[in-house]
Ligand binder design. Structure first.
Ligand code: GLU
Length: 587
C-alpha cells in the first residue's frame, strides 16, 4: 500500500551474505516465479521478505522480518503491541502446525470489565477501546521468537535488523497511512507520545513526507541484544505496564475526547506469564482438499470449515452463479450462528470438532431454502441433533484493521500469518519512548452475554484470550501445498477467506480473479454487508431471493500464494483494496 522507498536499506546485507543491491522485484499485486514468494499489503515489507529469502533465510525467517517491517510501516494494523496467529507447513514432515500468539486478559480482568459500574451499562465501544482496560498482554514478539526457535534458520536479532533500519531511516507516508491517522486524530491527540509520533505539529503527517520512528528502532535493537525478556518482564514491559495503568494523557489535547480515559490492570507478572500456545490446527476436507485453519481462541478455522462443510452438500460449480452465492451467504450465516453460540477461548476441543463433522453440516445444510433467504439472525444448531435449532442471538463487528502475509521458501515451507492490534490504531496509546501502539484486543470479548439464556463463550475472564476471527489457512492437495491465504477485516475475515476459497475451487476463477472479485459478507445479520460492485452485480438477482444489502466500500485485504506444478508459485495481493498490496517471487 505504500510506495517503495528506502533503497539504501536494501543496499545493506540484511541476513548476511554479500551486500548485493537486490532491490526486490515486488512491484505489483501479482507475481509468478520460483524459489520462494512473499505477499503482504506493503512493498517495503515484501521487499524485505524477498531479500531474506534470497540471502538464505527460510519462510519463517522471512515472515518474521516482514511482520517486523509491517510494525513500522503499518503501525496502525499490527506490531509488537499486539498479537496474531501463525500457521506453518513444514515441507520435511508434511505437517501443518499453528502458533496462538493472541493477546491475553490480565489476571485482574473480570466478566464485567466492560460494564460501567456507575450505570450498569456496557461502555460505548470507543470508551472501552481508548483505555488501559482494552489492552491485552501482547503476544507478537513471543510468537516470532517461538516460530524462529522451532523452525527458523536465523536468530530473532538478525530478522529484526531490516525493520529496525526502516524505522531508523524512515519511510514515505502514503495516503492510506495519512487517512488512518486522520481517522484516529481525536484518539491519538489524547496521548502525549502518540501525538508526538503520529501528529507532528498537531496534524497527520503529509502524504509524501518521511516518517521516522527511532524509538521503535531502539526497541527492536534492545530486543535483538537482550532477547524477548526485555519485553516480557524487563524494561520495555515496565513501560507497557505504566502506560496501561497510568495512560500518558496529554494535558491539553488539541482535539477533544468525549469519554473518560480509564486505566487497565495489566501487571509485570501478567507479561512474565505470557505463553505462546501451540494448538493443533483445525482440519476438514473440502472436495478432496485438506483445509487447515486456526483453532480457538480464533473462530476462523472452525467457522470457515463449518461453512465449507455445509457448502459441500451443494455442487456449487454446476449451480448458476446466483444459486452458488445464495448458498455461500446462507451457509455463512448458519456457521456464524454456531460460532457465536459455541466458540470462545475455553470451548472444549471435542465440541469444536463436532462443529466440523459431516453430520453437523448435514443438520445445518438442510435449513437452506434454495428459493428464499432465511430470516436473520438464524438460530444456532445443536451438535448431534438433526436439523434442530435452539434460540440465540447474533453479533457482528465491522473491524478493518489487522494485516496478513503469506510466505513460501525454496524448500517448500509455507507461512500464513495474520497479526493485529485490533482496531486501526489499537487503543491509541503509544508506549512512551518505545515507538509502538498497544492493542485494544480485549474489546473482542463480548461486553455482556449475547447468548442468553445460554452462556456466552466469549465473556472476559482472567487469563482468557478474546475470540478472534483471524483465519490464516493452508490448503493441501495430496499432502502438498495447494493454496495459502488469509485476510484482515474483523469478523469479515472469515467470509473473505471462505469466498476466495469457493471462487478458486468451485467457481472457475484464477487466484487473482478470486481475490479481485467483489465481496459480500453474511455474518447472521439482517442485511448482507457487501461491496458496491457486488450489490450492483450479483446482488440484483440475489435480491429476488430475499437478500438485502448494506454497502461497505471495501471488505478485507487478502494475500495468498498458489502452488502450481513443478515448483512454480503464484503470489497474489489485492489489486485495489487498501491501496493495493505487493507480491513478489525470488526469481
Ligand atoms: N480483532 C480482530 C480479530 O481478532 C481483528 C481485527 C480486524 O481485522 O479488524 O478477529
Amino acid at each position: 500500500m505504500r510506495r517503495l522507498l528506502l533503497i539504501p536499506l536494501l543496499l545493506v546485507p540484511l541476513v548476511g551474505g554479500p551486500a548485493a543491491p537486490t532491490l526486490a522485484s515486488s512491484t505489483g499485486p501479482t507475481a509468478t516465479g520460483y524459489g520462494g514468494a512473499v505477499t503482504s499489503v506493503d512493498p517495503t515489507a515484501t521487499a524485505v521478505g524477498l531479500d531474506v529469502l534470497r540471502r538464505g533465510g527460510n519462510a519463517v525467517d522471512a515472515a518474521v522480518a516482514v511482520a517486523a517491517t509491517l510494525g513500522v510501516t503499518e503501525p496502525f494494523s499490527a506490531g509488537i503491541g499486539g498479537g496474531g496467529f501463525f500457521v506453518y507447513y513444514d515441507a520435511r514432515s508434511g505437517k501443518v502446525s499453528t502458533l496462538d500468539g493472541r493477546e491475553t486478559a490480565p489476571q485482574s480482568m473480570t466478566s464485567t470489565a466492560f460494564v460501567d459500574p456507575a450505570t450498569g451499562q456496557p461502555y460505548a465501544f470507543q470508551e472501552a477501546r481508548v483505555s488501559g482496560i482494552s489492552a491485552g498482554v501482547p503476544g507478537t514478539l513471543a510468537t516470532w521468537d517461538t516460530a524462529l526457535r522451532r523452525w527458523g534458520k536465523r536468530s530473532l536479532a538478525t530478522n529484526l535488523r531490516p525493520a529496525s533500519e526502516v524505522a531508523r531511516r524512515g519511510f514515505t507516508v502514503d495516503q492510506t497511512f495519512a487517512t488512518q491517522v486522520s481517522d484516529n486524530k481525536s484518539a491519538f491527540a489524547q496521548f502525549t507520545p502518540t501525538a508526538a509520533l503520529f501528529l507532528p505539529g498537531g496534524q497527520p503527517p503529509a502524504v509524501g513526507s518521511t516518517l521516522r520512528n527511532p524509538d521503535l528502532a531502539a526497541t527492536y535493537d534492545l530486543v535483538a541484544r537482550r532477547g524477548i525478556d526485555a519485553f516480557y518482564g524487563g524494561e520495555v514491559g515496565r513501560d507497557i505496564v505504566t502506560a496501561v495503568q497510568h495512560p500518558p494523557v496529554a494535558a491539553n489535547p488539541s482535539v477533544p475526547w468525549q469519554y473518560q480515559i480509564r486505566p487497565g490492570g495489566m501487571t509485570l507478572a501478567d507479561l512474565r506469564a505470557y505463553e505462546v500456545r501451540r494448538p493443533e490446527p483445525t482440519h476438514m476436507v473440502y472436495r478432496g482438499y485438506d483445509v487447515y485453519g486456526m483453532a480457538t481462541p480464533s473462530s476462523g478455522g472452525s467457522t470457515v470449515g463449518e461453512a465449507l462443510n455445509i457448502l459441500e452438500r451443494s455442487d456449487l460449480g454446476r449451480l448458476d452463479g446466483t444459486q452458488a452465492l445464495h448458498r455461500y451467504l446462507e451457509a455463512s450465516a448458519l456457521a456464524f450462528a454456531d460460532r457465536n453460540r459455541y466458540v470462545g477461548d475455553y470451548t472444549p476441543r471435542p465440541l469444536l470438532e463436532s462443529l466440523l463433522t459431516n453430520d453437523f453440516a448435514a443438520s445445518r445444510a438442510c435449513r437452506i431454502d434454495p428459493l428464499h433467504a432465511a430470516t436473520k439472525p438464524v438460530p444456532p444448531g445443536v451438535p448431534g441433533a438433526s436439523c434442530a435449532t435452539t434460540a440465540g442471538g447474533a453479533t457482528a463487528d465491522f473491524g478493518k484493521s489487522t494485516t496478513n502475509l503469506t510466505v513460501a521458501d525454496k524448500w517448500g515451507n509455507v507461512v500464513e500469518y495474520t497479526l493485529t492490534i485490533e482496531q486501526i490504531g489499537g487503543n491509541g496509546i503509544v508506549v512512551p519512548g518505545r515507538g509502538f501502539l498497544l492493542n485494544n484486543e480485549l474489546t473482542d470479548f463480548n461486553f455482556t452475554n449475547t447468548q442468553a439464556p445460554a452462556d456466552d463463550p466469549n465473556l472476559p475472564a482472567p487469563g482468557k484470550r478474546p475470540r478472534s476471527s483471524m483465519a490464516p489457512t493452508i490448503v493441501l492437495q495430496h499432502g502438498r501445498p495447494f493454496l495459502a491465504l488469509g485476510s484482515p477485516g474483523g469478523s469479515t475475515i472469515i467470509t473473505t477467506v471462505l469466498q476466495i476459497l469457493i471462487n478458486r475451487i468451485d467457481l472457475g476463477m484464477t487466484l487473482p480473479q478470486a481475490l479481485a472479485a467483489p465481496r459480500a459478507t453474511q455474518r447472521n445479520t439482517a442485511a448482507v454487508v457487501a461491496e458496491p460492485a457486488f450489490i450492483s452485480g450479483p446482488g440484483v438477482a440475489l435480491g429476488t431471493l430475499g437478500h438485502t444489502f448494506t454497502p461497505m466500500a471495501e471488505i478485507g485485504a487478502a494475500t495468498a500464494i498458489e502452488f502450481l506444478p513443478r515448483g512454480k508459485l503464484l503470489a497474489c495481493a489485492e489489486p485495489v483494496r487498501r491501496g493495493t498490496g505487493s507480491a513478489g517471487t525470488v526469481h
